[in-house]
Design a protein. Structure first.
Length: 263
């Protein structure tokens, strides 16, 4: 195989996949009477090169099969693909985002295709969790919470990172079919939505993870570093301002000069 670029779905680490971390097993399926005709399959696995991850992805693929004289065969075009590991398309999230919120997000991703309705319910719960945790707003319904957040932004006292276009993004999702129509209902109510509507909610949550939690963390880290730089500068200035060493001063003044820089 030729090495190829790949991003680990577990840890997000970008890397080049080489032969020792890749394995594909092709197999024939001797059950040729189906409407598919002759089929074969393969299992494909990749192991992440990141030492702190080392997780494996696994995909099973069903393909058409080309037969040749002498019992030889090859894999034809793909009919179905089942990504088995990781279990869902959920992107890895940092551990400073509250666990219940990330859990709701992961569940929403995991069941998106199987049950968009349940996925949208988990995603709405996740959105509500974020508005409560990050913005400190708790109301009876998610719709009221979004309205309160909108008001906060307009009045200019929303938490840093909650920009007007964040509200636009939330409003956009609110405008989608049943999600919007039932925002004011209990978040536990199961809505009837399509997979792409459920995905729009998931996209919104990923955007808010980035813009709220990740951006806040980056800002905090920068300020912390800046704080260290300022402290270092202060310390250097203080040192430069120190009076001459006491031993050069006459005896009576020396004790006073010694005290001054210490306090
Ligand atoms: Zn990884």
């Amino acid at each position: 195989m030729d090495p190829f670029n790949w991003k680990c779905p577990y840890c997000g680490h970008a890397q080049t996949v080489v032969e020792e971390r890749y394995y594909r097993a092709d197999f024939q399926i001797f059950n040729d009477k189906s409407a598919f005709g002759p089929v074969a399959g393969y299992a494909e696995t990749i192991v992440c090169a990141n030492d702190s991850c080392k997780k494996m992805t696994l995909e099973i693929v069903l393909c058409r099969r080309h037969d040749y004289p002498g019992g030889r065969w090859s894999v034809g075009h793909t009919l179905f693909t089942w990504p088995l590991l990781p279990e869902s398309t959920a992107k890895p999230q940092p551990d400073y985002i509250p666990k219940p919120i990330v859990e709701n997000y992961k569940q929403a991703c995991r069941i998106r295709d199987l049950s968009p309705n349940a996925s949208a319910t988990m995603a709405r719960r996740c959105l509500q969790g974020m508005i409560r945790d990050f913005c400190g707003i708790t109301k009876a319904t998610l719709a009221q919470e979004i309205d309160a957040l909108d008001e906060m932004v307009q009045q200019g006292h929303a938490p840093a990172g909650v920009a007007p276009d964040t509200i636009d993004a939330i409003d956009h999702v609110r405008s989608i079919g049943n999600i919007g129509a039932h925002m004011e209902k209990d978040i536990n109510l199961i809505l009837d939505v399509e997979p792409d509507e459920a995905q729009a909610l998931i996209d919104l949550i990923e955007l808010l993870f980035e813009e709220w939690y990740v951006a806040r963390k980056v800002r905090e880290q920068r300020l912390e570093r800046l704080g260290v730089v300022i402290e270092n500068k202060k310390a250097k200035k203080a040192q430069a301002a120190l009076p001459a060493p006491p031993e050069k001063l006459p005896a009576p003044a020396s004790s006073a000069a010694k005290k001054a820089p210490e306090n």
